[in-house]
Design a protein around this ligand. Sequence first.
Ligand code: KIV
Ligand code: ZN
Length: 385
Amino acid sequence: MADIQIFDTTLRDGEQSPGVNLNKSEKLEIAKQLERLGVDIIEAGFPAASEGDFEAVKLIAETVKNASVTALARTHKKDIDRAYEALKNTERPRIHIFLATSPIHMEYKLKMTEEEVLKKSVEMVKYAKERFPEVEFSAEDATRSDIDFLCRLIEQVIDAGATVINLPDTVGFTTPHEYGRMFKTISERVPNIKNVNLSCHCHDDLGMAVANSMAAVENGATQVECAVNGIGERAGNAALEEIAVALEIRKDFYPYQTSLVLKEIKRTSDIVSKLTGMYIQANKAVIGRNAYAHESGIHQDGVLKNAETYEIITPELVGVSENTLFLGKHSGRHAFKDKVAEFKLELSEDDITAAFKRFKLLTDQKKEVTEDDIYTILMEIKTED
Ligand code: KIV
Ligand code: ZN
């Protein structure tokens, strides 16, 4: 088994992105690609939320063979029963139950006391355990919860049968240092924690979801919950591809294995982007259009001599075919000459010098000079010869 389990929630928390609504066959297409990507757990949806979600979870559960399939449920018997109906035909079913533990959620949303939350959590974990071999319990809004209460509740839900404890940063409020410390404290203070998988789940409201997840891993998390392209509620969830590549590139710091097939990352990202209609910003880490593009002359020159000068990730690692030398006003003669060579035209050094000058003039008028623009310049120069 991998050291770090990758729990993908693209189809559940990811689908909670405002404006996203996937139908059953779209969800199945994504689930099959997640299987090829090698995620350990696919959270397929929330069966009690709608008939459509129930059907989608059931279909995914019956189709996927190489990942555990899970579904979300509130601490209600009817939610757990519905999840059971959807998941009963999968090989490795897991239920994911959640209940909020922070003072603000307990007082205003749940209108429950700490003792009531504790009792309900234990009761529903026991109920779920009679139906599922794997029971994940999430203490919603864990990062704004009282740590003594959290320790007490976690110990009791593990005794009741939970096999995975998830500590979500539901509102993206925590910082790496603080989140890491919470995992360390829980690992030290909850006596039976070593019997379960400890999981992190981060939202990106302050832009720290990936950094917070990495801090959790450093401090004992053995499961990371994340979504492809970082989609999810509000500012989104921790981006799967960024965590996967950070774990790979910084093995010196994170000596852990995952079961991910990294070269499937780009394809997975493209499928999710296409089906959700959520386009990826050009400068997005790992999979953005500019992530392997170099514009400045100094950078282009360095990359042409040795890509590692300015590239810490090879595009091939994540299934991107090659890096691009973006031709704009910061580009140098070296990169320009490389592009010109691709046209296989007979040109003298003087022709190339003249073409480079015209190219530079054009970059003051256009942000990106295209291949067609360059070809036109070269053909003009050739006809003038
Ligand atoms: O962010 C959150 O708290 C959740 C839970 C349901 C796990 O998505
Ligand atoms: Zn969430």
